[in-house]
Structures are given as C-alpha cells and as structure tokens.
Design a protein around this ligand. Structure first.
Ligand code: GTP
Length: 261
C-alpha cells in the first residue's frame, strides 16, 4: 500500500530469508485488537509451529483479555503478557510448546509497535531496552542461544495484507500506523470505534473542540488547532491514556482473518 514506509520491502525479504531456519513462530498480537494485529500474510507460517502472545494486556479490557486467550488457546498455545510479565513466566511458556526440535529456533513476529522488541529483550534477559516507539524502526539480524532455544534477535515486522477501513482504524488506535499516513476518513472511523468502546457520546468535531481547548491547543485567533488536537489525542489513546479498551470483540473474525491471511 502507498503508505508503507520505504524499509517495508526489506523487512519482508528479511523475514522470508530467516523463515526457512525457524521452528517456532511467536506471533505477538495487541490484546486491544487481536483481529487487526493478525491481519498479515499468515500463510508464510503455515508449516511452522505457531504460538500467540496477547501483549499490552495492561491497556486492554481485562475481561476481554481472558476471553481472547481462551478463544485462541483452542487451537494454539497462547499467553497473556504485558511489559510487567516476568521472564520466568515467558520462558516457562516457551518451554511448554510442543516441538520435535531439541534446540528450537524461535522468531518473534508481529505488526509494528505490538511490543516485539520488548519481548525479545525479556526472553534474552536483556534489561537495557532496545525498543523504539516509532512503528517499524527495529532492524538487524542475529541468533542468540538462551535457555535451550536459539532466538532470532530481530523482530519480524509484518504488514497487514487484508486491508480494510476497520483494520486501519484499529491499527491507528493501538499506535501501529504512523499518524501522518492516515486520512480523515480513517480518523473519523477510528474515533467512532474509540467512542463506542469508551462510551463517549460526542462526535469527533465536538470532542476535539473540547479536548483541544482543555489542552490549550489553540491557533493564533483562539480557535482549536484540530490537527494538533487530533495528533495528540490519538497518540494518547494508543498509549492507553484514555482507558483500558478492547476494540476487537468478535472471535469469529479472528479465525476468518487467520484462515484468509
Ligand atoms: P516496532 O519496532 O515498531 O515493530 O515495535 P515493536 O513491536 O518491537 O514494539 P516495542 O517493543 O518497540 O514496543 C513499542 C512501544 O510499546 C514501546 O514504547 C514499549 O515501551 C511499549 N510497550 C511494549 N509492551 C508493552 C506493554 O505490555 N504495555 C504497555 N503499556 N506498553 C508496552
């Protein structure tokens, strides 16, 4: 798609090259949007043992977290995690994955900003975070031996293939789409999804008017600077500053997207 940053093709090539050597694919989803974050070309992993980490559970609705974990666990090893999950729990989960390999090679993959680097750092027991808040900035390839695994020390960045307005809007809400690449139609749609999940009654114009004013985001004449208000608001939403919200709530859609991807 036109909004893809320049290094996307390179990232895709890297994944394909490394894929041949991988035994277990750890797919990181954002617990707020398990469907939208599964909307990538899943068939490249069809011969691999796949497991799911539902990450950023601290930003999602706790009841939905449990429901999603139960649902996905019907077919795949699944673990609810967040940045405070301890390393031991993560390693115990990895060790529980059925595999025929003595020293399985593991790759951590997912769409931008779901927390891949944070998880790799944790698996490797690396405290100094090598993460970036900008979607899609992680690079470099290296294998590291740790606790009976060989881990690819480079997140596999995946990009949505089944692209729809709904998916784009949810990726925006979780910070997986760079704001500058989003048009007003998607902003409006994303706001509706947010408002519905958060129980907000206002429309985007009313809301940004009040929000912009309360934050002092004003133009010279005293009118609200909508561009600034919009940018700040969606950034805050993606960081969980407007509540713990789960945007994807339909389980059947997950399986549909997984099958079609
Ligand atoms: P890309 O390099 O863009 O593909 O990102 P990534 O998937 O490697 O994500 P990364 O680990 O860089 O995390 C993205 C942002 O989310 C960082 O600001 C992290 O601190 C934050 N983050 C990661 N995991 C969690 C979590 O469980 N909860 C919260 N609240 N924030 C998290």
């Amino acid at each position: 798609k036109a909004w893809y940053p320049g290094h996307v093709q390179k990232a895709k090539r890297q994944i394909r090259e490394n894929l041949k050597k991988i035994d277990i694919v750890v797919i990181v989803l954002d617990a707020r949007a398990p469907v939208a974050t599964t909307s990538f070309e899943m068939k490249i992993f069809k011969d691999k043992q796949r497991v799911f980490l539902l990450n950023k559970t601290d930003l999602a609705d706790s009841e939905y977290n449990k429901k999603w974990a139960c649902e996905i666990a019907k077919l795949y090893p699944t673990l609810l995690v967040n940045k405070d999950t301890n390393r031991k729990e993560l390693l115990t989960f990895l060790k529980s994955i059925p595999t025929k390999y003595a020293n399985p090679r593991i790759a951590v993959v997912g769409v931008p900003n779901v927390g891949k680097s944070t998880i790799i750092n944790k698996i490797l027991g690396r405290h100094k975070a090598k993460t970036g808040a900008q979607p899609g900035i992680t690079r470099g390839v290296q294998w590291v031996n740790v606790e009976g695994f060989t881990v690819l020390d480079s997140p596999g960045i995946l990009f949505s293939e089944i692209f729809s307005k709904d998916i784009a809007a949810k990726l925006l809400l979780i910070g997986s789409l760079p704001i500058e690449n989003v048009d007003d139609e998607i902003f409006d749609y994303a706001f509706k999804i947010y408002a519905s999940a958060a129980g907000v009654q206002k429309d985007i114009v009313q809301f940004l008017e009040e929000y912009g004013r309360s934050r002092g985001l004003l133009k010279k004449g005293g009118q609200v600077d909508y561009e600034k208000a919009k940018t700040l608001f969606f950034k805050e939403v993606s960081e969980g500053k407007h509540g713990r919200l789960t945007y994807d709530t339909e389980f059947e859609k997950f399986w549909e997207v997984l099958k079609n991807g």
